[in-house]
Design a protein around this ligand. Sequence first.
Ligand SMILES: Nc1ncnc2c1ncn2[C@@H]1O[C@H](COP(=O)(O)OP(=O)(O)O)[C@@H](O)[C@H]1O
Ligand SMILES: [Mg+2]
Length: 295
Amino acid sequence: MTAVTSPRGGEIACEDLVRIFSAEGVEVQALQGLTLHVEAGDLVAVVGASGSGKSTLLTILSGLDTPSAGRVSVAGTDLLTLRGKRRVDYQRHTVGFVWQQTSRNLLPYLTAAENVALPMVLAGTDPGARVDELLELLQVAHCRDRLPATMSGGEQQRVAIAVAVANAPRVLLADEPTGELDEATSAEVLETLRAVNRELGVTVLIVTHDPAVSEHVRRTVQIRDGRTATEVLRRRETDEHGEERHIAEEFAVLDRVGRMQLPQDFVKALELKDRVRLTLEPDHAGVWPDRKEDA
Ligand SMILES: Nc1ncnc2c1ncn2[C@@H]1O[C@H](COP(=O)(O)OP(=O)(O)O)[C@@H](O)[C@H]1O
Ligand SMILES: [Mg+2]
């Protein structure tokens, strides 16, 4: 495990994001200083257990909610000062979303083609040939004239992705897009998200509780208790026998002021508690348990 400092800026830039909800006098810290940077054109998964703050993060990135503290910008738009018409424009043109509930993504009384055309019509542009091009790209051309209720869950989510990218957003946000699908159908939907990322150049952020999603993306960020904890980068390497190998390397995320979370298994294995002893070596830092008998 190695530590990496998040590069500043990026197409999606979150610094020390905090979101506190107060419900009936009880405070819930959904995000507790989350830092995340995503480069333009990247496809990234944010994986975390239920309740770790994933939907809270996406709701903020989609411009539907504002953080209690911290900084956040998407495609150069500062979301903290976004109001009124600029907010509507942002939601219509800069970001697209796909939600977990297939029913939330599509209007039930419109066909696939009409659903995809709608965002363009609302934005005052002529859909022209784009509807069929998008249905083709997402491999749901056969659903063109069908209502959502007559399509499978996977087909509905692929049409939903076409709707989300209809107005050519720079960033596509997907909240558990495969949450209601079986494994094989999930894999298909993830592959279509990859195709959209590759063919349209849109930056894609997927949040999910499903660790299997990380096998479909180059970069996975793990979120724990409202903070980004670790990152896994995947790449392919060809060895001396010409065999292709998949390499996954895990990193800890270091924030602007140098804080990081030690992985749970490190904490358990060394029985780390309360405080640890640190040493600075020429090329690494050491972490030791603080045991009285060692002193
Ligand atoms: N509107 C809200 N009011 C009060 N608490 C909320 C609200 N939205 C989310 N929470 C709480 O914030 C935490 C994170 O929720 P969420 O972002 O939905 O997590 P995830 O999507 O990872 O399951 C949870 O404890 C949840 O109960
Ligand atoms: Mg959620």
